[in-house]
Design a protein around this ligand. Structure first.
Ligand code: C5P
Length: 405
């Protein structure tokens, strides 16, 4: 996402998981610099981190070569956020005392960026009152946030709290630390993915939507402070951290859930590629090939967006959520999106390009335009993760300006 991430790694067995974190941040388009304590270097070679981060790795306090590339104070200023993962009991103690006895602790004192601390250690160490007291000091330090370790089987074979959480949990904690909480106290419902319309138990009609855009939007909303309900069709994606997820299969099941929950929301964003049609006569038993007809009679699915628009859109008098629709178009993108917005009664439409080399289906990036009655904001091709945040900034801005009552 173009952020400057400083990753501090200390010497626990979970240090190997820090490699995955570096890869995940790089994949998101972040610039990553790694500082390793002496202990960390016993578990993972600095060269590994250098290759993965594509940056030199800080290992010693006053290494003349490293200092000549980026001084420790410049590094502290460079960071948009510092993630310490894993944070050992020893590092936590040194941080709590404000020590500056190696490069990592020195930079941690010099930075004004948010600091996310992810402890990982043996369960008995985690439970020790001194460790807990140090963690309390850290949690009470401005800009610092401690991510609770997971419980489970540890490398030492003990079972209990102390595991470093999965990368997506730490990524989300970093997301939150680097995001303005513009959706704090808001409730949002997002639909994502395709729907499946069954011919018989073994056959269905669907579309190539992977749900990536909807998941990015849900994740961004959560990071920005919203309470998020994600209603998703069949997708092959992790559940976004901290988001309530309801799984549906058909357009009709999505329709039911969305209509039941929309009224309590502040925003409903229809990203799902809902199938417009379904087989008119779904068979309970698998149809034999020899008995299959060459034509399939179809009937229309409910248009969820249009129904939401009718109930809560700009033309309706009832209080309700701001309705945001998506319009996948291959040409005259903005004009068609605005026409669709009016026809369906949405407040805002997000137009995205499909077809040709810039198809959005399944891709990690997209080109979008956010359209309201009187405005159009164009976004150059960008990652869906970044566009998720951009979308919320624009939706909130429009809600407070042109869409304000
Ligand atoms: O008409 P079209 O399918 O292009 O409109 C796309 C928008 O309408 C998307 O926001 C999609 O989620 C929504 N939609 C819907 N119910 C349908 C079809 C589309 O809510 N049956």
């Amino acid at each position: 996402m173009g952020r400057n991430i400083l990753l501090g790694v200390s010497g626990g067995i979970a240090a190997y998981k820090a490699c995955e974190l570096v890869r995940a941040f790089r994949k998101l388009g972040d610039d990553v610099r790694v500082i390793m304590t002496e202990g960390a270097q016993e578990f993972v070679r600095p060269l590994t981190m250098q290759v993965l981060s594509e940056n030199p790795v800080g290992t010693a306090t006053f290494d003349p070569t490293y200092e000549s590339q980026i001084g420790h104070i410049d590094l502290a200023r460079w960071a948009d956020v510092v993630l310490v993962a894993p944070a050992t009991a020893n590092l936590i103690a040194r941080m709590a005392q404000g020590m500056a006895d190696d490069l990592l602790t020195t930079v941690l004192l010099a930075t004004t960026a948010p600091v996310v601390v992810a402890p990982a250690m043996n369960t008995q160490m985690w439970n020790h009152p001194r460790v807990q007291a140090n963690l309390e000091i850290l949690a009470a330090t401005p800009r610092h946030r401690v991510v609770e370790p997971d419980a489970g089987e540890l490398a030492c074979k003990e079972v209990g709290p102390g595991r470093l959480p999965d990368p997506h949990v730490l990524l989300q904690a970093v997301d939150q630390a680097t995001t303005e909480p513009i959706l704090a106290g808001k409730r949002v419902l997002i639909t994502a993915g395709p729907t499946r319309e069954f011919i018989d138990p073994a056959r269905f009609i669907s579309n190539p939507s992977t749900g990536k855009m909807g998941h990015s939007i849900a994740q961004a909303a959560q990071a920005m402070g919203a309470e998020v309900l994600l209603v998703r069709g069949p997708v092959d994606l992790e559940r976004p951290f901290g988001v309530d997820v309801l799984e549906v299969t058909t357009a009709r099941s999505m329709h039911k859930v969305v209509m039941a929950r929309a009224e309590e929301m502040d925003f409903v964003v229809m990203v799902a590629a809902v199938a417009d049609w379904r087989p008119a006569d779904e068979k309970a038993e698998k149809v034999k090939k020899s008995e299959m007809s060459d034509t399939l009679k179809m009937e229309r699915n409910p248009d969820i967006l249009a129904e939401l628009g009718q109930q809560f859109g700009p033309q309706s008098s009832s209080e309700g959520p701001i309705i945001v629709g998506f319009a996948a178009e291959s040409r005259d993108i903005v004009e068609r999106a605005r026409e669709k917005m009016k026809r369906k009664g949405a407040h805002i439409m997000v137009a995205n390009q499909i077809g040709g080399s810039r198809s959005t289906f399944g891709a990690d990036s997209a080109t979008i335009h956010i359209v309201s009655e009187r405005t159009v904001t164009d976004y150059p091709a960008d990652t869906k993760a970044k566009l998720g945040r951009a979308l919320w900034r624009e939706v909130v801005r429009l809600t407070q300006s042109t869409l304000a009552p």
